[in-house]
Each structure stands twice: as structure tokens, then as C-alpha cells.
Design a protein around this ligand. Structure first.
Ligand code: BES
Ligand code: MN
Ligand code: ZN
Length: 498
């Protein structure tokens, strides 16, 4: 992965193949302009005067310095309107700059910070750079991509970098975890079945000295994780329930519980999905992969918390052994569920994982991440996740964290009346609530298994991978985005102080 360093240097001292300079719209200058060789400064002023470049958002112009400075080239990149500049702008522009450097086969470049440094813009810049340079090349036989990638980026600052380098290093850890999660998410379903996720969790635990346990199907049967067993029944790859524990605080501290849906492929089962875009259902494991990545990040950051991740992993297939519409399942917490659609499998496996997690770990709070409903995409599109929870304070904290990470999240109301839609005539509840408010009734279903523990559910169906309706963002290359990981880490890191 690309290494980012902060260095105190004047721009006319730093030897680099490419110097990237952000320019706000119509400002026609930047603070260090006159530190450049007069010849280059003159050329840049000419560019502004000729209106070849005015700093409009994302636009670039690149010039060669012809030996008149320690940088071979300078790229001006438009930051758009100064008043509209946010950390998300820094993230996007950081990504654009990095991709531009990659296209020009620069193994290395330097960049000036876009604005004052206190407010998280340096994190955002690093995130943009590292996230944009990710690509999934494992199955490209003769790919030059990785070897041609940018390897080193220097952020040039005026002050001693002693305060800034640790921020960059921390961001690097988080972003590496996002790219780790993306790698898992992007795996094709023939390679990545529940067992594969299990071994990925084992290696992760090994590398970061975490506890790991994988509950096999026979044990699920005997302890009553009946819904996970039922959903997994149609597949030749048996289900696994992965439990990863990070202990960064004393054993007396209640753990935070993260739960991630990992359906390694969702055909819909007997309630078979239509063929169109069914391939995208390889991404139905993203919630689980992101939760694993989150544990990697917090273990690597050594956060002083206890965190447990539970990832129910199954493949949802149609076969002679599949669970069926009409089946009634007694769930781990004793409630009965009438299955009316085998394609509403995510809530089934999450329900058992939630109830199990509460019983065994008595957590302080729970966050679950799941590509749970198509209805979420209908409601909010492909750029915003739905947040639905039972605790006002937790909802607020999560939404605040998501504002800082740029992982857009919007709250939907979990009002009592939604429970009416999932009442069953023959069992306690049924697993579908009809078309109206489908994302909310799925959450209402889950809330039957969360007891009195503060809980929030994130439906990442629209945001977990780039799909129809995804708006172009430099730092989200095609495929899995890793959406949610940075927000979870942020939420947990802030818990340190509460
Ligand atoms: N994994 C899907 C949800 C999904 C669909 C995510 C498309 C992203 C894109 C989930 O298991 C599912 O099939 N949900 C059903 C629920 C319905 C049967 C109540 C859905 O949304 O259609
Ligand atoms: Mn489904
Ligand atoms: Zn699914």
C-alpha cells in the first residue's frame, strides 16, 4: 500500500516527480506561489490570466518545470468554491490527485495541504489518496496495475510534522483495514464461502492476537441457532458463525458488540431471485467483512475497549434441502418465525446472532451492518445508508460519526406501528412485512431479538458496493466500498471518552 509521510519543507526544496497544488475557484493564486522559481510562477500566473484554469472543482492542469525547480511537474487541481470546501472535498480531491498521478505512472508525488490542518482535513486527504489507489487485481493474470501504482506520497507542511505524522499513521491503519475489508468483499462466491470467511477470521485473529471461535453447524443445531442452520441448509458449504474478540480493556468492562451479515451468495433460495444482476449478490457478505475489518483496525490502533464481532456466514441456495416458505423456525431466543420468503434470509441469521451475542456477552451496545433490503435503496438511493435503532443517544452518536467520515447515513423511524406488519397468524412473527417501508419492517423484525440493549442497525444495501445510482467518487473504485468501517471505528474511538 501507498506510504504517506509528512515533511517540513519549502516547495522549492522538495525533490519530487509531481507537486500537487490545490487552487480554490477564482482565487488565481496560492500562498506558496512566490516561493517558486520566477519562471514557473510566471507561467502559472499566465495560465490564470489566460483563463485556462480557474480552480473549478476537480479540474486539473499540469506543467513541466523544465529544470527550473526540484519538482519535475506541477499539477494544479481545482478545489471549487472556498465556502463549500469540506473534508469530503479534501477526500475526493485527494483521490483525484492520486489517480491522476497513477495515470501518469508517477510512483511518487508530493502535495500541499488544501487548508488549515486542525480540523480533520489531513485525515480526509490521506483517506482520499489511499482509498482511491485500491484496486482488486487478484484475478487479473498479467496485471501491471499493482506494480505501476503510486508507492509514496509526501505532504509538505510549514511546521515540524511531529503532531501530524501520528495522525497520518493512524489514518493509514484505518484505511488499510478498509482495503482489507474490500478485498474480502470483492471475492467471488465460488472462492469465498462461509468456510473461507472463517479461515480469513482465523488468520486475522492470529496476526492481531485476538480470540476467535467458529461455531460449526452441528453445534448450532445443538445450541439452538436454528435460523442460521435453516438458511444454510440449501448449500453444500455449511454455515459458520464467526466470533472474533478484541480485548483492549479489563475483563470487567462490558464489550461493544458488532454484528455483520455475511451471506456469501444470496440467490434468494426457494424464493429465487430474478437473474438480472444476481451476480451482485456476492456482495451480500459485505456487512460481515466490514465488521472483520473493523476489528482489524481497532486491534491495530490498540483502542482501550473490549469489542466482540459476530459474523453469521451462510450461502442462501435453492435445493432439495433448502428451508422453505411456510417453515416455522424457533429462533435462538425462543421466539417463533414464520418464513414467508426465503429471500428475507439476512434478518433470520442476524436475529440469531443478535440473541446469541446478548446472551453470551451482555454487551454495552450493539451495531449491526447488513446489506439487508432492496427497499433501503428505493428509500435512500445508492449513496446513503439507513440507520434504524432503539436508542436515541446511540443513534445520535452514530450519525455524528458518519458526518465526519463522509459515509452518509440517514435515520429512519422505528415506530411501534411497524410491528403490526410483521405479525404472523401462526407464529410470533413472520419474516416479511410487505412492500411498504421494507427497510423499516426488516429492522422491526430484528428489534425482536435485541432485548433492552441499545442497538442500531445500518442497512448498507445501497452503499456497500458501487452499483446503479452510485455517484462517482474518486476514492470509491468499482466494486466493494468498505462503507461503514470508518464510521464504526470513529464511533468506538469516541467511546473511549464516554
Ligand atoms: N440481500 C438482499 C437485499 C439486497 C437486494 C441488497 C439488492 C442489495 C441489493 C436481501 O437478502 C433480500 O433479498 N431482501 C429482500 C427482502 C424481501 C424478500 C422482503 C428484498 O429486499 O427484496
Ligand atoms: Mn435475500
Ligand atoms: Zn441477502
Amino acid at each position: 500500500m501507498v506510504q504517506i509521510r509528512v515533511e517540513k519543507a519549502k516547495i522549492n526544496q522538495k525533490k519530487t516527480s509531481l507537486l500537487v497544488v490545490g487552487i480554490f475557484e477564482n482565487e488565481r493564486s496560492f500562498p506558496q506561489l512566490n516561493e517558486l522559481d520566477p519562471f514557473i510562477a510566471f507561467t502559472i500566473k499566465e495560465i490564470f490570466d489566460n483563463k485556462e484554469f480557474n480552480g473549478s472543482f476537480g479540474s486539473t492542469i499540469t506543467l513541466y518545470t523544465m529544470g527550473k525547480g526540484p519538482m519535475k511537474k506541477i499539477m494544479l487541481i481545482g478545489l471549487g468554491n472556498r465556502e463549500k470546501f469540506t473534508n469530503e472535498t479534501a477526500r475526493i480531491i485527494g483521490g483525484k490527485a492520486a489517480l491522476n498521478a497513477k495515470e501518469r505512472a508517477s510512483a511518487e508525488f508530493s502535495i500541499l495541504p488544501f487548508s488549515h490542518l486542525e480540523d480533520g482535513s489531513i485525515e480526509a486527504l490521506c483517506e482520499g489518496i489511499c482509498l482511491s489507489l485500491y484496486s482488486f487485481t487478484r484475478y487479473k493474470t498479467n496485471s501491471a496495475e499493482q506494480s505501476l501504482n503510486v508507492k509514496e506520497v509526501t505532504i509538505l507542511v510549514n511546521e515540524e510534522p511531529t503532531m501530524l505524522q501520528p495522525i497520518v499513521d493512524k489514518t493509514n491503519i484505518i484505511v488499510e483495514a478498509v482495503n482489507f475489508a474490500r478485498d474480502l468483499c470483492n471475492l467471488p462466491p465460488n472462492e469465498c464461502n462461509p468456510a473461507h470467511l472463517g479461515s480469513a477470521a482465523l488468520s486475522l485473529a492470529n496476526e492481531y492476537s485476538m480470540k476467535v471461535r467458529i461455531i460449526e453447524r452441528y453445534e448450532m443445531e445443538s445450541i439452538g441457532l436454528a435460523a442460521i442452520v435453516a438458511v444454510g441448509k440449501g448449500s453444500n458449504s455449511p454455515p459458520k458463525m464467526i466470533i472474533l474478540e478484541y480485548n483492549g480493556a479489563s475483563d470487567t468492562q462490558k464489550p461493544y458488540l458488532l454484528i455483520g451479515k455475511a451471506v456469501t451468495f444470496d440467490t434468494g433460495g426457494i424464493s429465487l431471485k430474478p437473474g438480472d444482476k444476481m451476480d451482485e449478490m456476492k456482495f451480500d457478505k459485505c456487512g460481515g467483512c466490514i465488521v472483520l475489518g473493523t476489528l482489524r483496525a481497532i486491534a491495530s490502533l490498540k483502542l482501550p475497549l473490549n469489542v466482540v464481532a459476530i459474523v453469521p456466514a451462510v450461502e442462501n441456495m435453492p435445493s432439495a434441502t433448502s428451508y422453505r416458505p411456510g417453515d416455522i423456525i424457533r429462533m435462538y431466543n425462543g421466539k417463533t418465525v414464520e418464513v414467508l420468503n426465503t429471500d428475507a434470509e439476512g434478518r433470520m441469521i442476524l436475529a440469531d446472532a443478535l440473541a446469541y451475542g446478548i446472551k453470551i456477552y451482555d454487551p454495552k451496545l450493539i451495531v449491526d451492518l447488513a446489506t439487508l433490503t432492496g427497499a433501503c435503496i428505493i428509500a435512500l438511493g445508492a449513496n446513503i445508508a439507513a440507520a434504524i435503532g432503539t436508542n436515541k443517544h446511540l443513534n445520535e452518536r452514530l450519525l455524528k460519526a458518519s458526518e465526519k467520515t463522509g459515509e452518509k447515513t440517514w435515520e429512519l423511524p422505528l415506530l411501534d406501528e411497524f410491528h403490526d406488519q410483521i405479525k404472523s397468524t401462526v407464529a410470533d412473527i413472520k419474516n416479511i412485512g410487505g412492500r411498504p417501508a421494507g427497510a423499516i419492517t426488516a429492522a422491526a423484525f430484528l428489534s425482536n431479538f435485541t432485548g433492552s440493549i441499545p442497538w442500531i442497525h445500518l442497512d448498507i444495501a445501497g452503499t456497500a458496493w458501487t452499483q446503479e445510482g452510485t455517484s462517482e467518487r474518486s476514492y470509491n473504485p468499482k466494486g466493494a466500498t468498505g462503507f461503514g468501517l470508518r464510521t464504526l471505528v470513529r464511533l468506538l474511538a469516541e467511546e473511549e471518552n464516554t
